[in-house]
Structures are given as C-alpha cells and as structure tokens.
Design a protein around this ligand. Structure first.
Ligand code: SAM
Length: 229
C-alpha cells in the first residue's frame, strides 16, 4: 500500500476529492492511503503562523521552514513508531521550477511506500526546504498556480491508477504500460454505432471495432494509439 501524506494550509481543498470515486474505493480496498495534514498543526504561536515576509523584499509572503521541517520529521517517523519497515519514501516539494511531472515519473513514484507532498502557497516556500528537506522538486506544467493542492491531486490520481487493483482490470492495465513506464492511450467509442445529429449526417464508429476480429482490433489500437511518457 502506498501512503500519500499531504502537507497543506488548506486541507479542506482536498477533503471532498479524497472521498470520491475510484480514489475513495482504492482507500477502502487498502491499496492507497491519503492523509491530509494542516501545516498549522506544527506551529506554536497563538496565531499559528506559517508564513513571513521575504528577506530582500518581494511580492508576497513566504512559507516558513520550521513548521515544514517538523511536519516532515513527524510524518517520516510515524512509520518507524508503528514498527512498519519502510523502505521507500520520498519528500516532494511542488514548485513551477521543479522537474516536469509525466507518466514515467508517475510510474516510478507508484513503486514507493510513502510520498510526502509539500504544497506551497503565497510567494512559495523558504528555499531551504528545497535544498535540505525535499528529495525532489516537481512541477505539473509551465504555468504558475496559487498553490500545490491541485498538483498534489494530479500526482495522486496519475500514480494511483497505476497501482494494480485501483482500476479494476489488472491484466488490461498491464497491457497498456510500456517497458519504459509510458502509458498507451487510444481513441474509444461506445453505443450507438451510428450517431445522427441531423437528417443525412451519420457519425460512425470505425468498422474494425465492431468486427470481433481481435487481431485487427489490436492492430487498429496500435496504429491509432499514442504512448504518453
Ligand atoms: N515563487 C514560487 C516558486 O518559484 O516556487 C511559486 C509560488 S506559487 C504562486 C505558489 C505555490 O503554488 C508554489 O509554492 C507551488 O507549491 C505551487 N505551484 C504553482 N505552480 C505550480 C506548478 N506549475 N507545479 C507545481 N506546483 C505549483
């Protein structure tokens, strides 16, 4: 089972997501575990301060290193305290300057036991978190978001669907994963075989998919597929 520990100052943003659909079912089946942690839990002042002004000036506030350090220490040690032999864990900091998340990275991360995601906010996170605490800096694309919560959901979804049992049909999942960790995607159709939005206009499903000839169907899928890497 893979455990996702998400450190955020907006835990509510994730709460409905983790209760829905296949992600919820995967947790019930104990294939994945998602824990959402409020960073403010690791503060000690009355205001539960998690941010401060940037040295040298700047646009907005910066997430402080102390609560992040304490949160990560706690989440790493949690397994040791439970006597769980934890072999593979990674701490990931979300930043638009990070390594681009892709299918291959999702595939590699799906082999881990625990992933701790640090979601930034405001002007970002004290750079020492990237330098001294995180194992990896990850970006989900070349655009600037307001926080790391959506990136956490994107990564959890892409990683979880690679875990055998999460999507249901394990054998079919295996067929779609390439040797290098890529994923084969192709066009899909369902009933009706012919859709007529207007008289005289017929949008048809490719004949080969209705033929029942498995060899030809496989060839069609290969021809029309794309490997996502
Ligand atoms: N100045 C920060 C930096 O260079 O890392 C970015 C600040 S951004 C406004 C606030 C937070 O949103 C970041 O700390 C990061 O956690 C998250 N974020 C924004 N865009 C992202 C992206 N493309 N991929 C991953 N995380 C992103």
């Amino acid at each position: 089972m893979i455990t996702f520990d998400i450190i955020t100052i907006f835990p509510e943003m994730l709460s409905s997501y983790i209760k829905e659909s296949l992600i919820s079912r995967a947790q019930k089946k104990k294939l994945i575990k998602i824990n959402v942690h409020n960073l403010r839990k690791w503060t000690h002042d009355n205001h539960q301060t998690v941010d401060d002004r940037p040295f040298g000036g700047g646009l907005g506030m910066v997430i402080k290193i102390e609560p992040v350090y304490k949160a990560v220490q706690f989440l790493k040690s949690k397994f040791k305290n439970q006597n769980v032999k934890l072999k593979k864990t990674k701490v990931i900091l979300f930043t638009p300057r990070g390594k681009k998340f892709n299918q291959k990275m999702a595939h590699d991360l799906s082999k881990l036991d625990q992933i701790i995601f640090i979601c930034g906010r405001y002007e970002g996170v004290d750079e020492r978190v990237a330098q001294k605490i995180a194992d990896m800096e990850v970006s989900i694309g070349d655009y600037d978001l307001m926080g790391g919560e959506l990136p956490a959901m994107v990564c959890i979804e892409a990683i979880s669907r690679l875990i055998p049992g999460v999507l249901g049909k394990e054998a079919l999942l295996k067929e779609r994963i390439t040797k290098t960790g890529g994923f084969i995607e192709y066009a899909q159709y369902t009933r009706p075989e012919v859709f007529s939005p207007k008289k005289g206009i017929n949008w048809k499903v490719p004949k080969v998919l209705l033929s029942g000839d498995h060899k030809k169907i496989e060839e069609w899928k290969k021809e029309h597929g794309k490997v996502i890497e």
